[in-house]
Design a protein around this ligand. Sequence first.
Ligand code: ZN
Length: 245
Amino acid sequence: MEGIDILMYHQIGRFKPMKNHRATYCSINRFKQQMLYLHIFGYNVISMNEALDILSDKKPMPKKPVVLTFDDGYENFLTYAAPVLKKYNFPAIVYIIPSLIGKKAEWLEKDNLHPSNLMTQSQILKIRKMGFDIGSHNLIHEKMEKKSFELQTHYATESKRILEDILNEEIIHFCYPYGSHDINSLNAVEKAGYKTAVTCQKAKATNKFDLLALPRKAISFGDSIIGFIAKLHTKNTPKNPPIKR
Ligand SMILES: [Zn+2]
């Protein structure tokens, strides 16, 4: 099994070069090139639901499978990323932090970065209507590792409930803030009823990974099209072995 490249994006737009959080910005021009590359070279951009079916052996692995994920739910997803994705009919999933809907990404301020706007409820409904999937990025944007199982379960459950209330559909995909997770996190998101959860471990996702600790590759501000292609072609052995339950 070759594996699925789950790509991680955060903000798409026009940005001045930054020192911190470079892996969370992608210029719109580079994003357009990257999506064009996937289109021209026959990548199968699939949804997280399809990835779930493939990784649980319900569907065969297509050639060159890629999943596009967007963390935090920035307003610039709607402005910049969504039109490009629609052009190629690429599915994507956006992970929302329910306690910060319509607010700002305040955590960027401590690193002297602009606290970009996060989508409002009506913007979230709008992108869902456009066909993009919504997942949970936890109730609050904090590292979960070392928090108690009870607290992690509370966050995972509450965030699921709020998003399901807004969207009137089941939410089954989760994303750990900062990729931070431990064994309690996996058990907590399972108890809450999620079917997949993604980390920031660099690797192709295969059925060797726990569905609740799927690896992803971050596309960074510094990635030219060559860097992007290189990321698609590297196997990457994760630094830490995947958590086994
Ligand atoms: Zn995040």
